[in-house]
Design a protein around this ligand. Structure first.
Ligand code: ZN
Length: 563
């Protein structure tokens, strides 16, 4: 398989290429230096933008929680469906699409790699089965470890090395990619109908605090040489005044950062950047957070942008979802995943005329525009929490065009309009910034070395968008840009053309990326621990690990740990 993409405007930030007209050569699924032009299939990308395939660091697309959301919301499905074609399967879903539809829709926007951020280890097998069922994309998933009982027990005993070996075991056993922490300590407290409210609160029965969990797992992350940092959904998410908790969370690991390497990723930061005493006095805390991030190199974050649409919220943050249920009176699912984590699901509609929702919309964009370095703030909606991933092109339009922001702002709640910071921001991002925030920066934060760039040896995952950066003024012609990013001209996955002019022309399965962590000694899984598995969980130890046959196309990355 040889493919030549000719004459496109190439945006490849990791290799310092900013809109140069270049050819791109592909052989056997990789970017190569050159190839025999006569033999190769050619794509004429003249007048078009060529970028690495999109990467999404945080989107809920698979697993028990997502599937329960699908069951909860038939109304999400019958309004939005896809017909089958000779190549693709039919499917349904606006905010929680079925597996195949999820794959096709990402691919039609030029995305090729996604990270599923919220996997209770107990439900790892189900998660992998659904990921296998999601075509067109490479994918990975993060086990939820912040409130896993063994983690809390090791932290209580102060045994960080032993904890690191245990995390290596669970990461490799569940075929995970990064340590996910959600409302640390709060999920354990939720088992008793409680929550934690600050980094110093005591967690019931364990004599440790949320700060101990964040710092402990941050140290473990370093000891294991994990490619990504700890991936943190902060305490007090969704509560007015929580920007202070977010600042404190970032500060809590400042001393653990090394050599300009990030130590923490704050996910869907919009939901954690609220200032004010209550909903009535809610304001944006984006400026305070941006000021901190601009002065520190140990943090990356993603936006969690809100879209004015009907969507479905779902997180492991059980107490937050309970608050949302009380606020909306909507239907609600609450789930306590044994001794690991919790989960909640509530349908939600973000409305322009709601003061709170309009402020939330501004906060996400303010974060993206006030944080000077686009490598530190990545584009997400925390799909489907802030809105469906299919809205990314709209976010791109808001980021590149003040006029696009103004057009939306005109229709916002007037009080929110008069109080938001966004109207005073004139920054407009470039295509290179967008390439960073939607692929290069995401791959870098994940240290997925063969993704997010177009250098020789990179995976041949490429997106071609039909918009000419030389003749299009994105600031004014943002609608044309939005359209181009919504309906890709070509998506190339692993060297194969999979989408042409917004149509899926070939279905590929993609692979599952996971960490094969090698420690000098294995984690101690002794008889006492097996007994505890029997007592704590409904699944016995031997049935716990995800065996190979659950993974379709397995792509392990071997990492040698320091313990
Ligand atoms: Zn999330």
């Amino acid at each position: 398989m040889e493919l030549l993409i000719k004459n496109g405007f190439v945006y490849d930030p990791l290799n310092g290429i900013d809109g140069e007209i270049m050819d791109l050569a592909i052989r056997d699924g990789e970017i190569v230096d050159r190839l025999n032009e006569r033999r190769a299939e050619k794509i004429d990308a003249s007048g078009m933008i060529v970028m690495p395939g999109g990467v999404d660091i945080h989107c809920h697309i698979a697993g028990a929680e997502v599937n329960t959301g699908r069951l909860l919301r038939p109304e999400d499905h019958f309004r939005d469906f896809e017909h089958k074609t000779s190549i693709t399967r039919s499917g349904v879903g606006h905010s929680i699409p079925s597996t195949f539809t999820t794959g096709y829709r990402y691919s039609r926007m030029g995305y090729t790699t996604i990270m599923n951020p919220s996997m209770p280890p107990l439900e790892a097998k189900h998660t992998h089965e659904e990921l296998n069922d999601t075509p067109m994309l490479d994918k990975a998933t993060y086990p939820l470890l912040g409130d896993w009982w063994f983690v809390l027990e090791y932290l209580k005993d102060g045994s960080i090395d032993e904890l690191a070996r245990h995390v290596a075991w669970i990461m490799t056993s569940t075929k995970g990619y990064a340590i996910k922490i959600v409302n640390p300590g709060g999920l354990e407290a939720w088992g008793y109908g409680q929550n934690v409210h600050s980094l110093g609160d005591q967690i019931p029965n364990f004599c440790i605090t949320p700060r101990d969990i964040i710092r402990g797992l941050c140290k473990v992350n370093k000891l294991l040489n994990l490619p990504h940092t700890i991936h943190v959904h902060t305490n007090n998410l969704g509560q007015p005044g929580n920007y202070a908790t977010t600042l404190e969370t970032m500060k809590s690991v400042e001393d653990l950062a090394s050599e300009n390497k990030p130590a923490i990723h704050i996910t869907h930061c919009q939901f954690s950047a609220f200032k004010g005493e209550d909903w009535r006095t809610l304001e944006s805390g984006a400026e305070e957070i941006a000021n901190y991030v601009n002065c520190h190199s140990h943090v990356t974050m993603d936006m969690g942008q809100v879209i004015f649409a009907d969507t479905t919220t779902m997180t492991a943050d059980g107490p937050f979802q309970f608050d949302l249920y009380r606020l909306t009176g909507n239907k609600w699912v609450n789930h306590d995943v044994e001794t690991e984590t919790s989960a909640g699901i509530v349908p939600f509609r973000y409305r322009r005329k709601s003061y709170v929702h309009a402020i939330q919309w501004s906060i996400g964009l303010e974060l993206a525009l006030l944080i000077k370095d686009p490598w530190k703030i990545l584009l997400t909606t925390d799909h489907p929490n802030g809105g469906p991933f299919t809205s990314y092109p709209r976010i791109i339009a808001w980021l590149i065009s003040k006029e696009a922001r103004k057009a939306t702002m005109k229709r916002l709640n007037p009080r929110a309009r008069s109080r938001n910071l966004l109207s005073s921001i004139s920054r407009e991002l470039t295509f290179q910034d967008i390439a960073i925030m939607t692929r290069a920066g995401q791959a870098k934060a994940l240290r997925l070395n063969s993704k997010g760039h177009l250098g020789v040896g990179a995976d041949a995952d490429v997106a071609i968008y039909d918009v000419n950066p030389k003749t299009t003024d994105p600031s004014r012609q943002y609608k044309a840009v939005r359209k181009a990013f919504k309906h890709v001209a070509h998506t190339i996955k692993g060297g194969e053309i999979v989408v042409k002019q917004d149509n899926v022309v070939q279905q590929v399965s993609g692979s599952t990326i996971w960490l094969d962590l090698q420690t000098s000694e294995p984690a101690e899984i002794n008889e006492d621990m097996k007994r505890r598995f029997r007592e704590y969980w409904t699944v016995e130890y031997d049935n716990y690990p995800v065996s190979d046959h659950y993974i379709g196309n397995s792509q392990p990355i071997t990492v040698r740990a320091q313990v």
